[in-house]
Design a protein around this ligand. Structure first.
Ligand code: 2NL
Length: 345
């Protein structure tokens, strides 16, 4: 009996050792340690043994059971550790691999310029005003002192929808509308950015749709000095602190007096070059003191109130600032062009 038990122990331990996974190990446990297992079966024959032998065999049987149980427990831990190690290995992340880059867009150069100008004027207490692109003749021309017979009122120069309705040719109607809303009371201090439309044949410097930003201040005691100081701050912020400005007399129907502002040429510092057409100066915007007729039509007392206004084309500003040679680049969505403005955000 002793030999049979020892043989069983040897075989069981051998099978435990050979088990390659938890399922196989469990089968070994069931087959050797179960109630109907071979050890119980052998010990059942103890009745035939002498009273002396019986407890010895019983003790041996229990010892063998314990040895096998221990072996199974150890093997169990071993197999579990192995399974965890295998899983860890399968799920390893190589943190040294290069990351997948995320494709990002960037702001359009015109948006950049417009937001930069907006930020500057918001910092000086201006509000942003917007209005319709499909506009009445009254706000686009009449309320701005554009006389009947002015060439910009020609069918050839504007996109008319009816006799009285057209695509706005400037953002000035937004200013006329905003002034009217103030019901004769200042101050008005606004910046109007937006799309405008002209009946032009597109080329390197003309586009039938482009951008405009206008500014308007109406209050008591507003002078040409306020206009000049404001324009100087603008020019130095957008084009650089080393730029000079120059105001030249000009004409616009809605301002009197009217001026045009030039900035000193950065390329030649006033010497004269191709960019500034040998003059040392580059034209940037138009401006002036709001015409009394415009103030009166908008409901302001022109004896009490004065104001200044200015208007510029962000397309032109961006072309000057970034050295862009063709206005059509802004509107043809060539990603190679647009991507050049992705940096320095
Ligand atoms: C230019 C010139 C200018 C204005 C726009 C304006 C608006 C009102 C009253 C008076 Cl409601 N003026 N706007 C004044 C002077 C010049 O724009 O060459 N823009 C590209």
């Amino acid at each position: 009996m002793e030999q049979k038990l020892k043989e069983l122990e040897r075989k069981a331990l051998e099978e435990v050792r050979a088990a390659s996974d938890l399922k196989e190990l469990n089968q070994v446990r069931v087959s050797y340690l179960g109630k109907k297992g071979p050890i119980t079966e052998v010990l059942r024959g103890m009745g035939k043994l002498s009273a002396e032998e019986r407890p010895k065999m019983g003790a041996l049987g229990n010892m063998i059971r314990e040895t096998i149980t221990k072996a199974i427990e150890n093997k169990n831990v071993e197999l579990e550790n192995e399974a965890v190690a295998k899983k860890l290995e399968a799920e390893t992340i190589d943190v040294t691999l290069p990351g997948r880059s995320v494709a990002t867009g960037n702001r359009h150069p015109l948006t950049k310029i417009i937001e930069e100008i907006e930020d500057l004027f918001i910092g000086m207490g201006y509000k942003i005003a917007e209005g319709p692109e499909v506009e009445q003749d009254y706000y686009n021309f009449e309320a701005l002192n554009f006389p009947k017979g002015h060439p910009s009122r020609d069918m050839q120069d504007s996109f008319y929808i009816t006799e009285e309705i057209l695509m706005r040719t400037h953002t000035s109607p937004v200013q006329a509308r905003t002034m009217k809303k103030h019901e004769g009371k200042g101050p008005v201090k606004i910046i109007c950015p937006g799309k405008v439309y002209r009946r032009d044949n597109d080329d390197a410097t003309h586009s039938h749709q482009f951008m405009q930003i206008e500014g308007l201040v109406v209050d008591e005691n507003i002078t040409m000095g306020d206009l000049k100081g404001t324009l100087e701050v603008f020019a130095k912020k957008i084009f650089g602190a080393d730029r000079e400005i120059r105001l030249r007399p000009s004409f616009f129907p809605f301002t009197e007096p009217s001026v045009e502002m030039d900035i000193s040429c950065k390329i030649c510092h006033g010497e004269g070059c191709r960019v500034c057409k040998q003059t040392g100066w580059i034209e940037v915007l138009g401006a002036g003191m709001v015409h009394p007729n415009v103030l009166e039509m908008a409901g302001f007392d022109s004896k009490k109130y004065t104001g200044f206004a200015f208007g510029m084309g962000p397309d032109r500003i961006a072309m000057l600032k970034y050295g862009i040679e063709d206005i059509r680049y802004f509107y043809t969505n060539d990603i190679r062009f647009l991507k050049q403005f992705a940096v320095q955000e």
